[in-house]
Design a binder for this molecule. Sequence first.
Ligand SMILES: [Zn+2]
Length: 78
Amino acid sequence: MDDCEHFWVNISSKRQRAWQCSHCGELRLDDPTQKREWVGLTDEEYEAMAEKHVTNCYFDTLTYARAVETKLKEKNHG
Ligand SMILES: [Zn+2]
């Protein structure tokens, strides 16, 4: 039985992200083949957000970009 609560120490190298438990020595590797789900925005969402940032004939590129970034972060980190 492994009842170690694991205290992960980052032992990553340039080629491999890895952690080792300083208590029991267990290794945990970040498997690059493991799919990392990245949630993007749909075309509709991009368009809806873009519309919010158009005032008269002026498009506020920077706030639009930041809004998109914020939205992406929300989607990908809960
Ligand atoms: Zn451990």
